[in-house]
Ligand binder design. Structure first.
Ligand code: DC
Length: 231
C-alpha cells in the first residue's frame, strides 16, 4: 500500500521474472480479467535499443543511451486484444522491437544506470494511480516496491527456450532450439548478474513456477493473488 493511502484506480500488480516464463501472455489475460491497464516495461528497454541502433548510439555507451532514453517520447497504444504496442515519438514500433537482435540489445542497454533512471519516471507515471499490471524484471523490487501484489513468474530454461522458438515462429522468424536455449541462458546470466536492479524475486513476492502448468491455471492463481491484494 502506498504511504498516502489508496490509489485512485485500484492496486498495482507487479509481475517479474525471466524471459519466456510466460509473463506477457499471463499478464495480458490477468489485466483483462481485472479490467486493468497492462504495461510491458521490457518494450521500453527494447525501444531504447532500437532508437540507439537507428541513431548510431553504441549499446555500451551508458551516458549517451541515458540522454537518448530521456529525450525519446515512449508510450503505448492498446491493440484490440489488450496488447500494449510501443510507440516512439508517436510512431508505432511494436513489431521492430521483437526481433532476437533487439532482445539482446534491450538486455545490453538495460545494464546502464542512466537508462534505468530515465525509464523509471515513465513506469512510475504509468502505474502510480493503480489499476495496472506491470510486467518486467524489477517492478516489485525497484520501480514499485510498494506494489500491493508482487508475483515472480518463472519456468525452466528449456521450457522458456521452447516457448521463445514457438513465439518467433508465429511471427515468421525461424529460430533453432539450441541457439535459443543458449541465448536464454546468456540473457538470464546478464539480467541476474548486473549491478543495477538485477533480476531477483522481491522478498515479499509470491513465486509461481509455470513449468508444465497450463496457462489457464497460472492465470487463475495470479488472479487469486491479485484479488486478495485488493484488486
Ligand atoms: O521482457 P523483455 O524480454 O521484453 O525485456 C527485454 C530486456 O529488457 C530484458 O533482457 C531485460 C530488460 N528489462 C529490464 O531490465 N527491466 C525491466 N523491468 C524489463 C526489461
Amino acid at each position: 500500500m502506498p504511504k498516502d493511502g489508496k490509489r485512485a484506480r485500484g492496486v498495482v500488480v507487479a509481475i517479474d521474472g525471466p524471459a519466456g516464463a510466460g509473463k506477457s501472455t499471463v499478464a495480458r489475460e490477468l489485466a483483462r480479467r481485472l479490467g486493468y491497464v497492462l504495461v510491458d516495461t521490457g518494450a521500453l528497454y527494447r525501444g531504447v535499443a532500437l532508437a540507439a541502433r537507428e541513431r548510431g548510439v553504441d549499446w555500451q555507451d551508458g551516458d549517451a543511451l541515458g540522454a537518448l532514453a530521456g529525450a525519446l517520447r515512449l508510450g503505448f497504444e492498446m491493440a484490440p486484444d489488450g496488447t500494449p504496442r510501443l510507440t516512439i515519438d508517436g510512431r508505432q514500433r511494436a513489431a521492430e522491437i521483437r526481433t532476437p537482435e533487439m532482445s539482446m540489445g534491450a538486455s545490453h542497454v538495460s545494464k546502464h544506470p542512466p537508462v534505468r533512471a530515465a525509464l523509471m519516471g515513465i513506469q512510475r507515471g504509468l502505474g502510480r494511480e493503480g489499476g495496472v499490471v506491470l510486467e518486467g524484471r524489477d517492478i516489485g523490487t525497484v520501480v514499485f516496491p510498494d506494489a500491493e501484489a508482487k508475483i515472480f513468474l518463472t519456468a525452466s530454461a528449456e521450457v522458456r527456450a521452447r516457448r521463445r522458438v514457438e513465439d518467433l515462429a508465429e511471427r515468421g522468424i525461424e529460430a533453432d532450439f539450441e541457439t535459443t536455449l543458449r541465448e536464454v541462458q546468456e540473457r538470464d546470466a546478464q539480467d541476474s548478474q548486473r549491478e543495477v536492479a538485477p533480476l531477483k524475486p522481491a522478498a515479499d513476492s509470491v513465486t509461481v513456477d509455470t513449468t508444465g502448468v497450463p496457462i489457464g491455471e497460472v492465470v487463475r492463481r495470479l488472479e487469486e493473488i491479485a484479488r486478495s491484494a485488493g484488486a
